[in-house]
Ligand binder design. Structure first.
Ligand SMILES: Cc1ncc(COP(=O)(O)O)c(C=O)c1O
Length: 391
């Protein structure tokens, strides 16, 4: 039977790492894989996480099993940072720990399906795994255009999609730092979206994977908090892998907001059953380190300070890109208004290949770049190379 399986394409971004490593050019630039990089190209462990991990090693008394919900201390410690003043009334919110934001997205969509959702509205392009998870769960993807040609959100497309949707549908929205476009909704647009979602009766599922990497912890949660405050029901998938730099430790959380405490309890019991059947329980280490950071005022302050530095660097790179204004056929000014680590270049597959082969600049075939791969020292080369292939 296994012989009947057809070959699946390898993960293109992971394949790109191998090409990049093998390239001997000293001025090569890696804009591929989506991890934060310092100006020196490093993806360091946060100081606060290092300190917490040391305490864990010294103090952890047992590694006995937790339940499918993981470490609820971690899940609850995150709540004030994620929801701020928008925490729903007592009993309407609960959550569980998941293996990364991916596990949280998976669980959110699986629970939505169990609750009767059949179709999921989603702006495209999106993080490719969204469509893969939907397909794997047998949920129908109803695509609308996320962005307009001028580099802003395509509100008309979202409005039309919501107007044609109703009960039995869900809408999957990126909370901030949209991957891959970097094009986020403004607060005024979120206000409208919250109202539209409420009027349409669709279930909102919000994927918040980059809180703190756009404009700030509160600013980046504005839209999710707005939707949550307007709705009886909402699902939130959260990742700590970027804003705590824990990528390979797989740290995420899944929050359910329901009509009342009984409905929340039932939702949690269903999510726990789904988690049990999928991965039994999430890995503990990264979540335990995050919990330790969040339960210690000094470590929390240091985490937020380091996150501020990361965000400032990304914004500085974006500002310099925008100030370069033109690279051949590409207008770079919209990149200064966009948020987070990602941006889409309007380049063809051939131009992506020319950037790699002729200039040592590596990016996804779609033209998505990781802005954090740029530095004050290599932007000029990037802009002139882009001009050379597109001009
Ligand atoms: C929009 C979005 N959601 C979720 C994730 C999943 O993150 P994690 O590494 O925590 O699974 C990513 C990661 O790239 C992402 O871009």
């Amino acid at each position: 039977m296994l012989d009947s399986l057809t070959q699946q394409p390898p993960d293109a971004l992971l394949a790109l790492i191998k090409f990049y490593d093998a390239d001997p050019r000293a001025d090569k630039i890696d804009l591929g894989v989506g991890v934060y990089r310092t100006a020196d190209g490093a993806t360091p462990v946060f100081r606060a996480i290092k300190a917490a991990e040391q305490r864990l090693v010294d103090g952890q008394a047992s590694k006995a099993y937790l339940g499918p919900e993981g470490d609820m201390g971690f899940v609850h410690a995150l709540v004030p940072h994620v929801f701020g003043a928008a925490v729903p009334a007592e009993g309407r919110l609960d959550g569980m720990q998941t293996p990364g934001g991916t596990g949280a997205v998976r669980l959110a969509l699986a629970l939505a399906k169990k609750a009767g959702v059949k179709r999921v509205l989603m702006g495209t392009p999106s993080w490719p795994n969204h469509a893969q998870i939907l397909a794997d769960l047998g949920l129908e993807l109803v695509a609308f255009d996320h962005s307009a040609p001028d580099g802003t959100c395509n509100m008309a497309s979202l409005r039309a999609a919501l107007a044609a949707a109703g009960e039995g549908d869900a809408v999957l929205l990126h909370g901030c730092c949209h991957n891959p476009t970097g094009i986020d909704y403004s607060p005024a647009q979120w206000d409208e979206i919250a109202q539209l979602v409420r009027d349409s009766g669709v279930l909102p599922v919000i994927d918040l994977a980059y809180q703190g990497l756009g404009e700030g912890m509160d600013e980046d949660a504005y839209g999710m908090r707005k939707v949550v405050s307007q709705m009886e029901e909402a699902l939130v998938a959260y990742s700590c892998d970027k804003n705590f730099g824990l990528y390979r430790d797989r740290v995420g959380a899944f929050y359910m907001i329901c009509k009342d405490a009984q409905a929340t309890q039932r939702a949690v019991s269903n999510a726990a059953a789904l988690a049990r059947a999928n991965w039994s329980m999430p890995p503990d280490h990264g979540g335990a380190a995050v919990r330790m950071v969040l339960e210690d005022e000094a470590l929390t302050a240091d985490w937020l300070a380091e996150l501020d530095d990361m965000r400032s660097r990304i914004r500085q790179v974006r500002a310099k890109l925008a100030a370069s204004s033109n690279a051949g056929g590409v207008d770079l000014t919209p990149y200064g208004r966009q948020q987070g680590m990602f941006a889409m270049l309007p380049v063809s597959k051939e131009q992506v290949q020319a950037l790699r082969e002729d200039h040592g600049i590596y990016m996804a075939a779609s033209g998505r770049i990781n802005v954090a791969g740029l530095t004050m020292g290599n932007i000029d080369k990037f802009v002139s190379s882009l001009a050379a292939v597109t001009g």
